[in-house]
Write a protein that binds this ligand. Structure first.
Ligand code: MRU
Length: 363
């Protein structure tokens, strides 16, 4: 997608073979800074510190991390060490494990001398495939947006609510939840996006920035506004992403997603989840019972970041001194509250049968 009219991805291989480059998402939306990652350790730090974030992008960054480790040392021990380091960075997005397993499985079958080229090639392929999956979800999702437009007699923009950032920044290119928005816009369907601010880290600002760069009309709303907007008939559909979807269609996404799904259910607003294959955990069934929920630093709740009058990024405390905070990064929305999953293979019910039918497997 574009920044200032120039085409970017959220991650790309450096010109020399010994690095990968990413956009530093801790500086956005205030500053566009490109960061060079030259080792598995630097990739792991970038994931942990949320320089890169969003489930598919975390997976792609981990794949490049393995490629960089293999370039430095192609031994089995090096791959195992890098994989363990990368895997422990963030616990919830299954894309991380998915990408690491895929890298390890391919490299295992090769002699060390052949591993560096293959690892770099496969990391690039994983990134390309994620981008292609997002584009495919965009095409399918745009069909849903078009139906909403036709339902209102094409008299006004389709009003879509989204939570967190599930746009191109989170996914290599296009986005999961935002891909249908971008493709709808491409097709001339007018859209307006309600952007949840998404406390505590305010990933909604990334969404707003992305949408602004693509010229998509939008408004940022506080996290608590969604229910009211739905009651007032101002939301035609919700589309969110997912960090892990279980084999029965339970969806784990950024904290607050569940409350939006409840409000959507109460107001008969369709609630869609854009879910690439890489975000499905076929080994889990009951999402609430089994998906590990990332517990994050209290300071993300007690403090807030932004740009100061002098143009510096600043953090200020908003909580009283001494008040503790509880900061869970994700929540689980049961499949029964999800209208449908938009995958790159098709749109299906968020259920065991729905997924089985689309993917030809049960677990
Ligand atoms: O903590 P983050 O910013 O990595 O969380 C990202 C999300 O929750 C996204 O909605 C998710 O990864 C969906 S797909 C891009």
């Amino acid at each position: 997608m574009k920044i200032g009219g120039k085409q970017y991805r959220a991650i790309w291989p450096g010109d020399d073979l010994d690095c990968v480059e990413v956009i530093d998402q801790t500086r956005l939306p205030h500053e566009l800074r490109i960061v060079r990652l030259g080792s598995a350790e630097e990739c792991a730090a970038a994931i942990r510190d949320m320089v890169v974030r969003g489930a598919p992008l975390i997976g792609a960054a981990a794949a490049y991390g393995i490629a960089l480790a293999v370039r430095a040392d192609p031994s089995d021990a090096s791959i195992a060490r890098a994989s363990a380091l990368l895997l422990e960075t963030r616990p919830t997005a299954i894309n991380l494990r998915w990408a690491l397993e895929r890298m390890k499985e391919t490299l295992r079958g090769l002699t060390p001398a052949k591993r560096a080229d293959e690892a770099r090639e496969l990391a690039g392929r994983i990134a390309d495939e994620e981008a292609a999956a997002c584009r495919a979800m965009g095409n399918l999702g745009a069909g849903i947006v078009r139906e909403a437009w036709e339902r209102c007699g094409k008299t006004r923009p389709v009003r879509i609510l989204t939570h967190c950032n599930a746009g191109w920044l989170a996914t290599v290119d296009w986005g999961t939840a935002l891909a249908p928005v971008y493709v709808a816009q491409e097709q001339g369907i007018p859209v307006h996006v309600w952007v949840d601010e998404t406390r505590p880290r305010n990933q909604g600002m990334l969404t707003a920035w992305e949408l602004g760069q693509q010229g998509v009309p939008h408004a940022i709303v506080v996290d608590n506004a969604g229910g009211h907007l739905m009651q007032k008939g101002l939301v035609d559909l919700c589309i969110v992403g997912t960090d892990r979807t279980t084999s029965r269609g339970d969806v784990c996404n950024k904290i607050g997603t569940y409350l939006k799904a409840l409000a959507a259910h109460d107001n008969d607003v369709p609630f869609y989840v854009a879910c690439p294959t890489s975000s499905i955990d076929w080994t889990l069934d009951d999402g609430l019972a089994s998906i590990p929920i990332e517990q994050r630093d209290e300071a993300e709740v007690t403090h807030i970041g932004g740009i100061g009058p002098g143009g510096d990024l600043v953090r200020v405390r908003i909580a009283p001194v001494g008040s503790p905070a509880h900061n869970c990064g994700f929540d689980v929305t049961p499949g029964r509250l999800v209208t449908a999953l938009i995958t790159e293979r098709g749109v299906c019910p968020a259920s065991k049968d729905g997924l089985r039918h689309l993917f030809g497997r049960a677990s």
